[in-house]
Each structure stands twice: as structure tokens, then as C-alpha cells.
Design a protein around this ligand. Structure first.
Ligand code: AHR
Length: 510
């Protein structure tokens, strides 16, 4: 198999938005409790935050964090999670059949974000509002509590609760997956569109500077996909800034046809293009100048139909922080994951925000053991390396010709998926996957530039056993390795590199 990629620095797709490296912390399983927060852990700081997890979160290079759900938010009362801890109520979390102790809430989340990189303080909170069991009034109360400096009951309540300065939350999600019949308070597009528009108008009366995300479809394959976006945008277009997309992939979606699973990003790509087309159609029908972008605020590989995803059952069984959705990711999963990230980067003209779902323990790149260690899953690496190399860069247009692979789900697809980013320092980062199950691929990348290129390094995630995983007992079983096949021809500005079958590679040329 061979592939040729050409990228000219004069043709840009878009600047890499910081928010593309967002993630998601939901009150779900052990994401919060025993994940980011475990006061009894030997490595907990004075706020109960696990320092080993904070360190991995820093290394992962995440930016914006979406919080507190997810399905959880559709039954959540934000007031339960503020004020003196010993007065906070335990509640049923019907989404995940668990008990929510409310020990951790909005203040703790903001504090945790500030603890990631205290010297830079660059981590942004993206707060989701409950539009399932609640509505306009409660949304307004939360925005007042969070963003008004002082002088009203709710803003003063925040100050009494220990935060003198407002949280100044810019990004707000108007509900979560309201198109999904599983969602508490699920609505049809018409009813949701009206509620989202009313809520957006109200929030803007309090704080005109917010950025609002309206719910798009919870999956490309939803029966209501397309019509949902059109109706919701019809009601909200001028009032919001983003429409969301959510997508999860697993082999079971393809009847365990692994070659199709490896091409999952084809679906993500067409999902983005379909939503972009609907945004454009509504925009032109409304003769609007306003721009709406996509917030891909849940994406990942998720073994949704498998055992680790099972939630508890029974009227008398509502555990605190149960072990659910604790998927263990293989090399194969990490390659699909890296391919999805390449696809997000490729579409940064339309996708200006994204959240990897989720961050710790729950379909997550970081795992923890209660009172024990924290470790990196295979998926940690493509995210951390991409974020490190691509942040603050510019995505370039590419021309790519690649041998084709035949898949049952998507027909013939390119064996190679790639994206080229020009970094702020003038060097180039190229991310490439070889999706072939059987063959290695010879790739040549041509970077026409006046600048002198003098060195190349490449890092590849691959294993002869595509099902190899990292576990608590063997946390470094899978790590990225230097790819010594990468060579630079200084005269022609061409890099050649060999990609093993089922692999993800980052190339850095300077
Ligand atoms: O991320 C797990 C769940 O997936 C979220 O709670 C929900 O929004 C989606 O269905």
C-alpha cells in the first residue's frame, strides 16, 4: 500500500481552536468520585483532588471541560452541589442508577480546573444546563449564580459559598441529547427548539457575552437526524453559537467487521459535513450573517453494548460511584481514536469545539484504582501527542492519494487518513493512520515551502497484537515508539515514512 500527501503552507483550512482538545467530566460511575476527586487517597491535595490524576490531565493536554453531564445533567439540581458540604443532599441519579452525594459540585469543579495548571489558569469550564426536568427559570438562576459579580440573592449566595469573583462561564450547553428517548425529559424537535430559544434569550438578557450550544443529534444514525437539526436551528439560529454532534464507535456497530471499525472516521466526517450543510441551508433561508459552528462535544470509542457499560439495577440498589463504562482500550481502539481526532482537526473550519468523552475511568484515557495508582490507556497517547504538537497551529489543506481499502460499511476508503498542521514556530506536525488490517504502508509527504527543513522525527503507536491493552498491573504494555523509518529529503521537502498495519503516527518536521 502507498499514499502520497501534499500540503502547501499557503492554503489554510483554519487555526486549530484550543477548544478542539476539550474533554468531558460527568457525574457518572467513577469519573468524579475516585477519579478526579478522592479525599482519602494518599496523593490527594488539600481539596481532595488526586495529584497523580492532575498530572496526567496536564500531560494529556486537555483544554475546555464539559460538566456535569451528559445524561446526568437532565435530572440535576445544581443547587444541591453548592454550599456547606454537610448540608448537601444525597439524590437519585436516574440516568446511571446511582446515588449522587453532591460532595463535588460547581465550586469544586472550578477549583479543580484551576488546579490543573495554576500558573496559567487556561482551563475553561463548559457548563451544561438541565433542560430535561427543569427549564428557563432554573437556567437563569444558575447563570446569575455563576456570572453576576454581586448584589443579588444568588450572586451573594455564591460569595457566601466562598467565591467572591464570578465564575464567568462563557460556554453553556442548552441541555444534553434532548433528541434521545433515553433522556430524562426528552422532547421533540419543535418543543426543544422553542425551549432552547427561550432559554438562550433569557440567558443573553443576563449575560450577552455567553456562547451557547444547542443540542444537535445524539448520533448520526438517529431516525430524527437532519430534521432535528433543521427544526432546532429554525427556532434558535440567531441566538446560539454552536450545534452539538455526538458520536461513539464500536466493532459491534459493524457486526464485528474490524476493517469497517477501522474506518469509523468516515462516518464522523460525513456527520460533520451533513450538519454543516444544514447550518448553511438554515443560514441562507434566514438570510443571516450569523455564523454557527459545530461543537462535537461527545466523541470516542465506546463498547456500549458490552459488559463494562452495564448500569446497576433494582429499587434498593443505587450505589455511589459504581464501576460502569470502564472500557479498557486496545491498540486497535487507539488507532480508531487517533483517526477520529485527525478527522476533527481536518474539519476545524466547521468544528470549533470538541469534548473527548470522557476524562477519567468512564470511557476514558486515564484510569485509576481506588487508593491505588493512575495509569494511561492506549487512547491517551494519540490525544496527548496531537494536543502537544498541534495546539496553536494552523490546519493546512492537503491533497492525498492513497491505496483503497474495501469495507462493508463504507465501500472503498483511503487506507491512510492524515492531517497536516503548520505550527506557530514554522515547523510541521503531520498525523497519519494506517487503517489497513493487513499491510504496512509507504507514505510520502511533500511540503512545498521556501523555509529550510532539516530534521524529521516520527512516533508510532502500534503493536503486533492489536488487542494489547494497558492495565493497572501492566501500565506500560503499550506505549508509542520512535519510528526510525522517517526520512527527510531536504531538496524536495519530502518525508517518507513506513506505517505498520493498524497504526497511528505523528511526524514532526522542522
Ligand atoms: O458519555 C456517556 C453518555 O453518552 C452521556 O452521558 C450521554 O450524553 C451520551 O449518551
Amino acid at each position: 500500500i502507498t499514499a502520497k500527501i501534499i500540503a502547501d503552507e499557503n492554503f489554510e483550512i483554519a487555526k486549530v481552536p484550543d477548544r478542539i482538545f476539550g474533554s468531558f467530566v460527568e457525574h457518572l460511575g467513577r469519573c468524579v468520585y475516585e477519579g478526579i476527586y478522592e479525599p482519602d487517597h494518599p496523593l490527594a491535595d488539600e481539596n481532595g483532588f488526586r495529584k497523580d490524576v492532575l498530572e496526567l490531565v496536564r500531560e494529556l493536554g486537555v483544554t475546555t471541560i464539559r460538566y456535569p453531564g451528559g445524561n446526568f445533567v437532565s435530572g440535576y439540581k445544581w443547587e444541591d452541589g453548592v454550599g456547606p458540604r454537610n448540608q448537601r443532599p444525597c439524590r437519585l441519579d436516574t440516568a446511571w442508577h446511582s446515588t449522587e452525594t453532591n460532595e463535588f459540585g460547581l465550586h469544586e469543579m472550578q477549583q479543580w480546573l484551576e488546579s490543573i495548571e495554576p500558573e496559567r489558569g487556561t482551563h475553561e469550564l463548559m457548563e451544561a444546563i438541565n433542560l430535561g426536568t427543569r427549564g428557563l427559570q432554573d437556567a437563569l438562576s444558575l447563570v446569575e449564580y455563576a456570572n453576576i459579580p454581586h448584589g443579588t440573592m444568588l450572586s451573594d449566595m455564591r460569595r457566601d459559598n466562598g467565591r467572591e469573583k464570578p465564575f464567568n462561564i462563557r460556554m453553556w450547553c442548552l441541555g444534553n441529547e434532548m433528541d434521545g428517548p433515553w433522556q430524562l425529559g426528552h422532547k421533540n424537535a419543535e418543543d426543544y427548539g422553542k425551549l432552547a430559544a427561550d432559554t438562550a434569550r433569557g440567558i443573553r438578557q443576563i449575560d450577552p457575552n455567553v456562547e451557547l450550544v444547542v443540542c444537535g443529534s445524539s448520533g448520526h444514525t438517529m431516525d430524527t437526524f437532519g430534521a432535528w437539526e433543521e427544526t432546532v436551528l429554525d427556532h434558535t439560529y440567531e441566538l446560539i453559537d454552536f450545534i452539538s454532534c455526538h458520536a461513539y464507535y464500536e466493532p459491534a456497530r459493524y457486526d464485528n467487521d474490524i476493517q469497517s471499525f477501522l474506518a469509523s472516521a468516515e462516518d464522523m466526517n460525513s456527520f460533520i459535513h451533513d450538519v454543516a450543510a444544514i447550518i448553511d441551508a438554515v443560514k441562507s433561508r434566514k438570510k443571516s450573517e450569523h455564523e454557527v459552528f459545530i461543537s462535537f462535544d461527545e466523541w470516542n470509542v465506546w463498547y456500549l453494548t458490552q459488559e463494562p457499560s452495564k448500569k446497576p439495577e433494582g429499587l434498593d440498589n443505587w450505589p455511589i460511584a459504581p464501576h460502569i463504562l470502564e472500557d479498557v482500550y486496545s491498540v486497535l481502539d487507539a488507532v480508531v481514536f487517533g483517526d477520529l481526532l485527525i478527522t476533527l482537526l481536518h474539519n476545524t473550519d466547521r468544528v470549533k469545539s470538541a469534548s473527548l468523552a470522557q476524562l477519567v475511568n468512564v470511557i476514558a484515557p486515564i484510569m485509576t484504582q481506588k487508593a491505588g495508582p493512575a495509569w494511561r490507556q492506549t487512547t491517551f497517547y494519540p490525544f496527548a501527542i496531537t494536543s502537544d504538537l498541534a495546539k496553536e497551529g494552523t490546519v493546512l489543506e492537503i491533497k492525498q492519494s492513497s491505496s483503497a481499502l474495501s469495507t462493508s460499511a463504507y465501500g472503498d476508503v483511503d487506507a491512510v487518513n492524515s492531517v497536516v498542521v503548520k505550527k506557530a514556530d514554522g515547523s510541521y506536525a503531520i498525523f497519519i493512520t494506517n487503517r489497513s488490517l493487513e499491510s504496512e504502508t509507504q507514505v510520502s509527504i511533500c511540503l512545498p515551502t521556501d523555509k529550510k527543513l532539516s530534521s524529521v522525527t516520527a512516533t508510532t503507536l502500534h503493536d503486533n497484537d492489536i488487542y494489547a491493552v494497558n492495565t493497572c498491573d501492566d501500565p506500560y504494555r503499550v506505549t508509542p515508539q520512535n519510528n526510525d523509518s522517517a526520512k527527510l529529503d531536504e531538496k524536495s521537502h519530502t518525508i517518507t515514512v513506513t506505517l505498520p498495519a493498524v497504526s497511528w503516527t505523528a511526524v514532526h518536521v522542522q
